[in-house]
Design a protein around this ligand. Sequence first.
Ligand SMILES: *Cc1c(COP(=O)(O)O)cnc(C)c1O
Length: 392
Amino acid sequence: MTDKLKLDTLLTRVGRDPQSHYGAVNTPVVRTSTVIHPDVASYESVDPNDYKAMRYGTLGTPTTFALEDAIARLEGGHAAVALPSGLAAISAALCAFAKSGDHLLISDSVYGPTREFCERRLKPFGVEVEYYDPLISSGISALIRPNTAAVFCEAPGSLTFEMQDIPAIAAAAHAKNVPVLADNTWGTPYFFQSFEHGVDVSIHAATKYIVGHADALLGVIVTTEPYWLKVRRCVADFGFCVSPEDCYLALRGLRTLGVRLKHQMESALEVARWLTTRPEVLRVLYPALESDPGHALWKRDFSGAASLFSVILKPVARESVAVLIDALKVFSIGVSWGGYESLAIRADVRKIRSATRWNPGGPLIRLHIGLEDPDDLIADLEQALARMNAPA
Ligand SMILES: *Cc1c(COP(=O)(O)O)cnc(C)c1O
């Protein structure tokens, strides 16, 4: 029955079972390290491959299992595991697949710390890491070698928002028996159904929209059935575990994920469209805009867009960009996103590219649009642009 429900209804139902918790609406926070057994037979009957049973605190409690089950059901995967951060989810997923002598294909537009993990940890362990053009599509086939352990995608790319043709990449990778891992933080389990598009292992920084209130750090890996034990065992081997309070916060955030995402997308489109009309703006990098080169792919594969995009300004002095950002009063300056508040940062992407060249023609500002009234956000940007344009 629940499999046929629409996502908005599922968001209210997944990850809870009131009758197993005294009728309480929400799954309570269950804390424990030790799990007590009634007798020796029970203690010795533990199945080492059953990661959804109460075995030891590091492997989760009913609060953790509720969140993991909720996200796996929403995204349509076999099972999920929660981790202490989005980056921990990325590093654990990569370690589950790559061993010494293997080759990994990583999108050139990945989240910066993903690249740093590959450079500083995987390469010294003897893993060959090759970055590919995010727009490669089925051309990935030519880069796959006999020792390629995985293809890692992220759509759209961090900071630069290039869309990837994930179904084409997955078809090419699967033809050579290579699994596809994807960072689906921007897409969320609500706007991008990874497994319907060929992804084998989907990774989320739940810190962002799932927690949604900038008050907990959490990662989640969701897999198809064939890769579940491989990934889950790797997470257990590292001893990664999460606080049940943080899982509770993520479950609470999940209930409003749909309304927040849809509302924030509408505001983001309004702000992005306004920015495209400004003389100071060269381009807005946001696949939800009709003018974006990734728009057709986004429209084909995604049911919505996160409220995170970048703006390329026409060339101005570096100090002028700081004047603009410092003048913002409704937007705050800071990283992370997916919360209720709007954020702005600038970033120089040129030094974090190796397979492709990034030269957009002006400075980049990344904006996260929160739950404020978009009229106030536009007015804030307007006065900040005026401040930037004013003679010093
Ligand atoms: C923030 C982010 C992460 C990392 O999540 P943390 O919980 O902050 O470690 C991973 N991928 C993307 C795309 C992100 O934006």
